[in-house]
Design a protein around this ligand. Structure first.
Ligand SMILES: O=C(O)CCC(=O)C(=O)O
Ligand SMILES: [Mn+2]
Length: 196
């Protein structure tokens, strides 16, 4: 990847504002919002309590790229034509290939994602994760695991964020809730699952 690395140390973080221009971003957002198989997931906490994940999700990819999230193994749905065309453009930008995409729909400012690293072993040691944002602008936070440094990145309609290098070893990230009145946001995170 070329461009400015927004991570001060311990990994790589690139932001391409307006990776998709406005009319295309609008069209893509509408197509994905109605066209993807959004599902409400639940997770079990403390071994027994079931709670709803505060966003809708779905998983698409090549057959065989199965992925574990919300504590459950998910088989990918086959690529839709929109997702295939986004994948191609993102692959050209990143100069690498992806075999799957996790889609997140944040319905409003109450939907969120908690602190985590994308460090599952099926992603390999230093994964490239390319994350496209569409819809309402939201704050994306990174937090260094040791030195407690915090980075705030605003992700707007059509922006592409790429996490690479050793970033997932040293930093966690989240998409916090916000009290501001918010309209929906869709996020697509392209990943390469190492199929064994
Ligand atoms: O919605 C976002 O920007 C973050 C998504 C994310 O971190 C993930 O899907 O692992
Ligand atoms: Mn993540």
């Amino acid at each position: 990847m070329s461009g400015k690395n927004h991570a001060p140390f311990d990994g790589e973080l690139y932001l391409i504002n307006h990776f998709y221009q406005l009319p295309e971003s609008d069209q893509l957002f509408a197509a994905l919002k109605t066209g993807l198989a959004w599902q409400e997931e639940t997770i079990v906490i403390f071994g027994k309590q079931r709670v709803k994940v505060p966003r809708l999700m779905c998983w698409y990819g090549d057959a065989g790229a199965s992925y574990r999230y919300s504590g459950v193994n998910h088989l990918p749905r086959p690529w839709t034509s929109e997702l295939q065309s986004v994948r191609k453009k993102v692959e050209q930008q990143c100069q690498c290939d992806f075999n799957s995409v996790l889609a997140n729909l944040y319905r409003d400012g109450n939907d969120s994602m908690g602190w985590h690293a994308d460090d599952e072993k099926e992603l390999g040691p230093n994964p490239v994760i390319a994350s496209l944002s569409l819809g309402d602008e939201r704050l994306f936070k990174l937090h260094h695991k040791k030195c407690k440094e915090i980075l705030d990145i605003s992700l707007g309609h059509g922006d592409l964020l790429v996490m690479a290098g050793t970033l997932q070893h040293h930093w966690v990230h989240s998409l916090p809730k916000t009290k501001k009145l918010k309209t929906p946001r869709i996020n697509l995170t392209f990943r390469k699952i190492l199929v064994t």
